[in-house]
Design a protein around this ligand. Structure first.
Ligand code: DGT
Ligand code: CA
Ligand code: ZN
Length: 586
C-alpha cells in the first residue's frame, strides 16, 4: 500500500457508500474529506502510520485512521471489501460509465430494475431513461455515448501494462535454447496508446527439430504469468496472462523471421498501400515472404531484415511507430521520413509535482532523481489554489516555495537547475487562477483544465483559446483531459486550439502519463507543421513518474516529431531564452 492506493480506497468507499441505499451523508463526506486530507498530507504516509502520528490530522477521524492503519498492516480494508461484495454487480458496472454518478445509478437501479449494461442500453433506446425524474433526453443521450465508449474500449489495455508483461515474457524466452531472434510485434511495437493483445515473433534455426520448437512452446505456456492456455502448437501458441491480457507467440524458421515480423507488426492500414506498391512493381508480399512475380511464377526475394524488405520496395526503412498509413509510404519512397526524436535527446523534465501540492516527494528528492537520470533541469509545477483537492498553492505558499528553490539552485550550482513554475488552473471562463503579477514571478507556466468538464465544445474551446492567448502561459497541460480507457476528453475543437497556439507561440504538451498520452499523436504532426514546440512532460507526482517520459517519446515518434520539435530537447540556457522571448512578446 502507498498513499495513492489508500487515497483511492477512501474515494472508492465514498462512492460505494453513496451507491448503498440509506447511507448517511456525513459518513460519505467523511471518506471524501479523508481522501482530500491524504492528498495534501506532507510526509510519507507509511511512516506516519507506523509512528502513530495520524491522530489530529484535520479531516481524519478515529474510524478512518483505524482503516488506514488496517490498510497498511493487512494490505486491504475489510469494510471496503464488504461494501464491494454487497453492491449489485450492475451498479459496479454503471460506475464505469463516464459521467454517471451514484445518484443517477441509484435512480436507474431502483426505478428501471436493470441487471446489466445491455439492459441499460436497451432502456435508453426505449426512451425509458429520459423519463426518470431529473434525467431528460440529453442525459439519456450522454449515457448511451458513455456505454458506447465503454464497449469500444472493452478488452483493451494501456500500453505500459502490456509492455511490462511483454518485457517479462521476452526476457524469459530469450534465454531458451534454440532461440535465434525474438521481437515484440503488433500495436505494442507500434507504440499505440492502448493495445488489444501482445504479439511476439520468435525464430529458431531453419533446420531446428520439432522437439526444439515444442520445448520452446511448452516453456512459453508454462510461464508463471500464464493464467490460461487458449492454443498450443509448433508455429503458434496463445495464452491469457495474469493481467488478463492475451498473448500470441509465433515461431518461425529464421529465414522467414523478417517477413513474419513485418506482417504481424502491421498495421493493417500500413499494409494495404504497401501491398499495392509491391504489386505495381511486380511483387507480392505476405507473412511468408516478399516475392517477384513473373509469368505467374513467384520467386522469393531474400531479405535478412525488415530494412531489406523496404529496400527491395525502393523505400527507406519505416520505423514501426510510423506504420499507420498517415503518409509514411510516400515519405519513405521519396526519402522524406523524419529522423524521429529519441529518449537520449531529452535534456530535462518539465511539469512535475512535489509535496508542496499533491506530489509524494520533496523538491530535492525530485531534483536528485532527475540528476540521477542524466537530466540537467527540472521545471517544477505544483498546482494552483483552485485545485484545492490537490493541495494547490496560494500566492504566499508559492513565494515560500520559490525561496526553497533558490536555496537548492544555489547548492546545485551549474550542475542542475530547478525552474520555478506552476500548473495553473484554467478557470471556467478561461482566465488564470493566479494574477499576472504572480505569474510574472515564475520562470514558466503550465496551464491546465481540472474542472468544469461538461461545458459545450464551443465554451470549452473558447476557454482554452483565452488561456493560450495569455502571454504568461507557456504550455497547455493535458489539453483534452482524457483518461485512456477511463473517460473521453472534454469536447474541444483541437484544430482551433492548434491554430491559436501557433499564433501565440504557446506550447502544447504531450502528457506522458500512460493513462493520458494527451495531446493525442494524431494531432501532433499538424501542431509540429505549424511550428508549435511540444514538450514531453511526465506530470510526475513521485520519483517513479519521471520514468514515464519514455511513453511520451513513443507518442512523439508516432506523431512524426523530430528532436527539434520537442521543447525539452533544449538545454537549460536555450530553454530559458525560449520562455523569455515568449514573454517579451506581450
Ligand atoms: P491491436 O491488437 O488491436 O492492438 O492491434 P494490432 O495491430 O496488434 O492487431 P492484431 O493483433 O489483430 O494483428 C497484428 C498485426 O497482424 C496487424 O497489425 C496486421 C497483421 N494482421 C493480423 N490479422 C490480419 C489480417 O486479417 N489481415 C492483414 N492484412 N493483416 C493482419
Ligand atoms: Ca495485437
Ligand atoms: Zn494536471
Amino acid at each position: 500500500m502507498d498513499k495513492n492506493q489508500v487515497t483511492n480506497l477512501m474515494e472508492e468507499i465514498a462512492v460505494l457508500l453513496a451507491l448503498k441505499e440509506g447511507s448517511n451523508t456525513f459518513e460519505i463526506r467523511a471518506y471524501e474529506n479523508a481522501a482530500r486530507a491524504l492528498g495534501s498530507l506532507e510526509g510519507d504516509l507509511a511512516t506516519l502510520v507506523r509512528e502513530g502520528k495520524l491522530k489530529g490530522t484535520p479531516g481524519l477521524g478515529p474510524t478512518i485512521i483505524k482503516r488506514i492503519e488496517e490498510a497498511f498492516e493487512t494490505e486491504h480494508i475489510q469494510f471496503y471489501d464488504e461494501l464491494v461484495a454487497n453492491t449489485p454487480q450492475v451498479k459496479l458496472d454503471m460506475k464505469r460509465i463516464p459521467g454517471v454518478g451514484p445518484k443517477r445509478i441509484n435512480t436507474i437501479y431502483q426505478q428501471l430494475h436493470v441487471n446489466s449494461l445491455a439492459e441499460l442500453e436497451q432502456a435508453c433506446k426505449d426512451d425509458r431513461v429520459a423519463h426518470l425524474p431529473g434525467f431528460g433526453k440529453k442525459t439519456q443521450e450522454k449515457i448511451l455515448q458513455g456505454l458506447s465508449f465503454l464497449s469500444q474500449h472493452a478488452d483493451r489495455y494501456l500500453y505500459d501494462v502490456a509492455e511490462a508483461e511483454a518485457a517479462r515474457m521476452r526476457e524469459a524466452l530469450a534465454a531458451q535454447p534454440g532461440v535465434v531472434r525474438l521481437q515484440v510485434a503488433g500495436s505494442l511495437r507500434r507504440r499505440r496508446e492502448t493495445v488489444k493483445d501482445i504479439d511476439m515473433v520468435l525464430s529458431v534455426d531453419d533446420h531446428a527439430s520439432s522437439d526444439v520448437r515444442r520445448a520452446i512452446m511448452e516453456f512459453f505456456t508454462s510461464q508463471p504469468s500464464v493464467k490460461a492456455i487458449t492454443g498450443q502448437g509448433e508455429t503458434k501458441s496463445s495464452v491469457i496472462l495474469s493481467s488478463g491480457i492475451a498473448m500470441d507467440l509465433r515461431l518461425v524458421g529464421d529465414s522467414q523471421f523478417p517477413y513474419t515480423l513485418h506482417h504481424f507488426t502491421g498495421s493493417r492500414e500500413h499494409h494495404i498501400p504497401l501491398r499495392r506498391r509491391a504489386q505495381s512493381m511486380g511483387m507480392t508480399i505476405n507473412d511468408y515472404g516478399l516475392f517477384k512475380v513473373e509469368d505467374g511464377q513467384e520467386t522469393l526475394i531474400p531479405c535478412k531484415t525488415e530494412e531489406d524488405i523496404y529496400q527491395a520496395l525502393k523505400m527507406d526503412y519505416v520505423e514501426p511507430e510510423l506504420r499507420e498509413d498517415t503518409g509514411e509510404i510516400d515519405a519513405a519512397a521519396n526519402h522524406k521520413l523524419p529522423r524521429l526524436v529519441q529518449e537520449s535527446d531529452l535534456k530535462g523534465v518539465l511539469h512535475a509535482h512535489s509535496t508542496w501540492s499533491d506530489g509524494q516527494n520533496t523538491i530535492r528528492e525530485m531534483a536528485e532523481a532527475c540528476m540521477a537520470r542524466g537530466y540537467s533541469y527540472l521545471g517544477l509545477t505544483d498546482h494552483s489554489r483552485a485545485a484545492s483537492y490537490a493541495g494547490g498553492l496560494n500566492p504566499d505558499a508559492l513565494k515560500r516555495q520559490a525561496e526553497e528553490i533558490d536555496q537548492l539552485n544555489q547548492e546545485f550550482g551549474d550542475r542542475f537547475h530547478i525552474l520555478k513554475g506552476t500548473e495553473c488552473d484554467i478557470l471556467r471562463d478561461g482566465s488564470m487562477d493566479f494574477d499576472d503579477e504572480v505569474l510574472a514571478t515564475l520562470d514558466f507556466v503550465v496551464a491546465s483544465i481540472h474542472s468544469n468538464f461538461n461545458l459545450s465544445q464551443e465554451e470549452q474551446t473558447q476557454r482554452l483559446l483565452r488561456a493560450i492567448a495569455n502571454p504568461y502561459v507557456d504550455i497547455i497541460g493535458h489539453s483534452t483531459g482524457r483518461i485512456l480507457l477511463g473517460r473521453p476528453g472534454y469536447p474541444v475543437d483541437m484544430d482551433q486550439v492548434i491554430e491559436a497556439a501557433a499564433e501565440h507561440g504557446t506550447c502544447i504538451e504531450i502528457n506522458a502519463h500512460p493513462s493520458r498520452l494527451d495531446l493525442d499523436w494524431r494531432y501532433l504532426r499538424k501542431a509540429r507543421d505549424k511550428g508549435i514546440k511540444i514538450p514531453i512532460d511526465p506530470d510526475a507526482h513521485a520519483l517513479a513518474g519521471i520514468d514515464d517520459m519514455r511513453y511520451g517519446i513513443g507518442i512523439a515518434r508516432k506523431g512524426w516529431l523530430r528532436a527539434q520539435d520537442v521543447l525539452n530537447t533544449l538545454d537549460f540556457e536555450a530553454l530559458m531564452a525560449f520562455f523569455h522571448v515568449k514573454r517579451s512578446k506581450k
